[in-house]
Design a protein around this ligand. Structure first.
Ligand code: 5GP
Length: 115
């Protein structure tokens, strides 16, 4: 049984967070330590600890998360200027919270990620 994280409490609104979107599958809220003018975390309401734990049953859920990302980017006014979507998995990527999340970053020139 996977261990709940602080993100489960945010989903259930037991602790405060700046939630920008929520439906029955997904919750999105502003990162507490923003790395860009827009830094929003998009998470499934269902607890999946890491990308490695995603199964084929989650295919629709993951697709829905990306659709929500695009909606939020438009809402934030960064859809045309551009943004970056990041998911960290385990130690070498620096994953700190073991409830999968997409980082949506934008609102400034983010520079090159690699190369
Ligand atoms: P990771 O390194 O796991 O990919 O990213 C975890 C992110 O969650 C970090 O950017 C961190 O600032 C954010 N975070 C951790 N705890 C909280 C919290 O309680 N509230 C919010 N809004 N963000 C959090």
């Amino acid at each position: 049984m996977a261990q709940e994280t602080i993100f489960s409490k945010i989903i259930r609104r037991e602790i405060p967070a700046d939630i920008v979107f929520q439906d029955d599958k997904v919750t999105a809220f502003r990162d507490i330590s923003p790395q860009a003018p827009t830094h929003i975390l998009i998470i499934p309401n269902k607890l999946i600890p890491t990308i490695n734990d995603i199964t084929e049953q989650d295919e629709m859920l993951l697709g829905h998360m990306v659709i929500v990302v695009a909606k939020i980017a438009k809402q934030e006014g960064i859809d045309e200027s551009g943004y970056r979507l990041i998911m960290n998995c385990n130690k070498d990527a620096g994953q700190e919270v073991f409830h999968i999340h997409m980082h949506l970053l934008g609102g400034k020139n983010l520079g090159r990620l690699v190369g």
